[in-house]
Design a protein around this ligand. Sequence first.
Ligand code: NAD
Length: 262
Amino acid sequence: GRRPGLDVVLVGDDAASQVYVRNKAKACEEAGMRGEVHRLPATTTQPELVALLRGLCARDDVDGVLVQLPLPRHLDEAAVLDVVDPARDVDGFHPVNAGALLVGRPTLAPCTPLGCMRLLEHAGVALEGARAVVVGRSNIVGKPMALLLLQRSATVTVAHSRTRELAQLCAEADVLVAAVGRAGLVRGAWVKPGATVLDVGINRGADGKLVGDVAFDEARERAAWITPVPGGVGPMTIACLLENTLRAAWRRAGYAPAEFSL
Ligand code: NAD
């Protein structure tokens, strides 16, 4: 009987963040949801931000609350994320939701890895027993990605900046996820023939164009499936934000439809 609603909080004037929050609110409106952006100055104090978040989380028409990261340096990111009601935490960053993902309970999972899972499902990639390598161990992408793949019974290895022999490791992967933030780090020769490659990275190339973490033109020669940058994982992140907002709205209304299970 009502529209699901997402409230996005942006502190400061980071150019990339401005674009991201605009796209998120626009996607909500296009899908028939309420999407609102709360823009706060870079000088916003921790108590001011906490007060706004508490207020939003107390409103009945607010199903999802998202704090756009990164926050200005003077703000305590972890303490801010802790204030978001776990039931409205559509980014899946609250420790309660991260913990639920770890122990395999239904939860709001982070949107980018969730989007990657939706791509794998859509392409019909077999995950059970498959070797998956996730490059990157951030709380936002790498770690939750590894947990979602593990939940689907893949054999998962998480690589990071201290990993030795990264190329050989990647070359064993049936599913290779790159979430690093280094243009062209993953070369074509690192890709096992027939592998599925998900490129999460968003980097600005020397010519100003957006590129991923994977050398796409090389890797596409070997991969069975590969996502481009832009136009691959990025749009799926937004789609899954809408999915999570809808999921949060249904849950708060007392429904738990089977199609929303992870
Ligand atoms: P992050 O900086 O938090 O984490 C990067 C990870 O890469 C770290 O765990 C680090 O150990 C690892 N790493 C760094 N150098 C490495 C190297 N040489 N070899 C192997 N591992 C290395 O970044 P993040 O937030 O996880 O984001 C990663 C990338 O994904 C960025 O480019 C970011 O812009 C992009 N991203 C895209 C989306 C999307 O919607 N498509 C969403 C979130 C992040």
